[in-house]
Design a protein around this ligand. Structure first.
Ligand SMILES: NC(=O)c1ccc[n+]([C@@H]2O[C@H](COP(=O)([O-])OP(=O)(O)OC[C@H]3O[C@@H](n4cnc5c(N)ncnc54)[C@H](O)[C@@H]3O)[C@@H](O)[C@H]2O)c1
Length: 440
């Protein structure tokens, strides 16, 4: 299968719009991009910046960098802007987030100080443990949408920007079941007019983005664009959407290990995952409602990878528990513990322990960069609606309603790279390989 259409060039500036501009992930991401642009640092962890892609047969030796194969925006062309419910400039916010040390921040201090968030759309019912002071005046939903769209327009005008991408790096909202108002675009728009309380701030941002023709990425587990109303709007506006919940620490490890156990037909009796973290994200998740949103997202991967229905002897009865504890002394340096109980030949039990002392935002920052660049590519390649090929980056990948999401990290990577090959009219790599030995 070969791609027929061309892809628009990535000329000019790309605006990166971030709800949650002053958060740990956002400030670490922007500080890192500036450090890379200034030649102070390398973009470790970023597939778009460091990854390669094999093309053609193994003996051809064609392995270009991904960024040399597909036309991605240059880091120099990224311009940042966004909203937060606290007024700190991004330097002050980065100091408070405590991810990067003062020495590393010094090199990018003037750049971060220039970045000041616009007042956010905020409703305390959706994030109970924060009380924002830098918020837009309370008003009808539609007024808030218009105010966000004006922010986007003036940002574009001020910086001479032609294209934008919006990425939600704001706090996790409380758990919301998809309801009637989310079920179609017409019902959602009626709900907007009537200020329906089931429309969350993240949905207001997403609606404003899509109406403005801006692709939307959801880095948190909130529903946001994972509702029929938004998929309908994305198709109508011909804009790509993707989410949800960046796959960074514990779930990254889970989606590496679980496919390995399944590949060898080893059984599972239980997987106990616990985390301690002390950043603002941890504070937000200390609220039951926000935790439930995160818990649902973290629980979904194992079940889908292991397929208990297909392998009842191995996976029909495993216990999966996820605990997140807010523990301020750890700041952003989360500690994850996984106790995994497996069984092998003749049912003999074995155990695996994973103790990941990670840095949440250090893992998330390159994911944000890749998603921004790939979503801009998708927009220029006229790929609208759900971008399942970006599942690689998410804990709860959004996919078409009649499909189950793909969680296995290596299948996700194959899907991503095959999509890039497809876009560039290159042959898909199936890894069959028999043609190296026989005539097929
Ligand atoms: N760090 C990771 O590894 C990781 C992984 C997966 C998902 N996430 C998600 O990414 C998001 C950001 O994480 P973080 O560690 O930077 O959290 P953070 O608390 O440091 O940052 C979130 C920012 O969003 C702001 N905010 C909250 N509601 C807002 C609103 N309505 N409008 C504008 N700004 C708003 C907060 O003031 C804060 O500055 C969270 O939802 C988190 O669950 C992070």
């Amino acid at each position: 299968m070969k791609r027929k259409q061309g892809i628009e060039k990535a000329g000019g500036k790309l605006g990166v719009l971030i709800p949650g501009l002053g958060g740990a992930v956002s400030t670490t991401f922007m500080a890192g991009v500036e450090a890379v642009r200034s030649g102070i640092s390398a973009p470790i962890g970023s597939l778009t910046q460091l990854g390669t892609i094999r093309l053609g047969k193994r003996f051809e030796g064609r392995v270009p960098a991904i960024k040399d194969l597909v036309p991605l925006a240059e880091l120099e062309d990224l311009v940042f802007g966004g909203w937060d419910i606290y007024p700190d400039n991004c330097y002050e916010a980065a100091i408070k987030a405590g991810v990067l040390n003062r020495d590393d921040l010094q090199g990018v201090e003037p750049f971060l100080k220039e970045l000041r968030p616009w007042p956010g759309v905020f409703k305390r019912e959706f994030v109970k443990n924060l009380s924002g002071t830098h918020v837009k005046p309370k008003g009808p939903h539609l007024e808030l949408v218009e105010s966000l769209r004006e922010d986007i327009d003036s940002f574009k005008r001020e910086h001479g920007i032609s294209r934008c991408v919006m990425i939600w790096c704001a706090s996790t909202e409380v758990y919301v079941e998809p309801g009637e108002v989310h079920s179609s675009l017409s019902k959602f728009e009626k709900g907007l007019k009537e200020n329906d309380p089931a429309i969350s701030p993240s949905m207001i941002y997403a609606y404003a983005a899509l109406r403005s023709g801006v692709p939307f990425i959801n880095g948190a587990p909130n529903l946001t664009v994972d509702i029929p109303a938004m998929t309908e709007l994305a198709s109508k506006q011909q804009v790509p959407i993707t989410g949800k919940d960046f796959k960074t620490g514990q779930t990254l490890m889970k989606t590496v290990l679980a496919p390995g156990l399944k590949a060898r037909m080893l059984g599972l009796t239980g997987w106990y995952s616990t985390n301690i973290l002390g950043n603002r994200d941890g504070l937000v998740l200390d609220d039951e409602g926000s935790f439930k949103t995160k818990e649902q997202s973290k629980l979904s991967a194992l079940e889908t990878i292991l397929q208990p229905d297909v392998y009842p002897k191995l996976y029909s009865d495993f216990k999966h528990k996820v605990v997140i504890s807010y523990y301020p002394p750890r700041g952003d340096q989360k500690e994850g513990w996984d106790a995994i109980d497996i069984f092998g030949w003749l049912g003999y039990p074995m155990q695996i322990k994973v103790n990941f002392l990670c840095r949440d935002s250090i893992l998330a920052a390159p994911v944000v960069l890749d998603l921004v660049l790939f979503m801009d590519l998708a927009q220029r390649a006229a790929m609208s609606g759900i971008q399942e090929w970006l599942s690689f980056y998410f804990k709860s990948p959004q996919c078409a309603p009649n499909l189950y999401p793909e969680h296995d990290l290596f299948i996700q990577l194959t899907k991503l790279k095959n999509t890039l090959r497809y876009l560039m009219g290159e042959e898909q790599i199936t890894h069959l390989g028999l043609d190296y030995y026989y005539e097929t």
